[in-house]
Design a protein. Structure first.
Length: 142
């Protein structure tokens, strides 16, 4: 009996219980963490789109048309690809397409990809009438 009283360390059962508890905590926390990271990256993309739209308005104030991708530097961000379409004297559409793991970005189970902003400030996913592919009110923080 004296040997048991002086023993040090953990038994295999105790170690397995601790590992199981940690695994359960990780399984519960990981989806929330992943969602938080995606939402933060989405916020970064939105900020870059808004900044890009401001640069477009500055360009238009000094020129007769909106700028295309060669006139203004296109933003860059990990996990997003930025494009400009429908550029004319009076219109443009800026888009941020999520790539990789960010492509699964959702808010309240509504898809938040791609993020689009046009010359009149309309945002998608958000507005019900533009474009007609769907409506999501959560992606832009409204």
């Amino acid at each position: 009996m004296k040997y048991r009283a002086n023993r040090k360390g953990f038994t295999l059962i105790e170690l397995m219980i601790v590992i199981a508890i940690v695994a359960i905590l990780v399984a519960l926390a990981l989806p929330s963490y992943t969602s938080y990271v995606r939402k933060a990256k989405r916020g970064d993309a939105q900020s870059l789109l808004m900044n890009w739209a401001n640069m477009q308005e500055i360009w238009r104030a000094n020129n007769t048309t909106y700028a295309d991708a060669t006139d203004i530097t296109v933003p860059t961000l990990d996990l997003y690809t930025f494009t400009i379409t429908d550029v004319s004297a009076t219109t443009y559409a800026l888009a941020a397409d999520a790539t990789g793991d960010q492509a699964d970005d959702k808010d309240r189970n509504q898809p938040c990809n791609p993020l689009i902003l046009d010359q009149s400030g309309r945002k998608w996913p958000q507005d019900t009438d533009w474009p007609a592919v769907g409506t999501v009110t959560y992606c832009w923080g409204n």
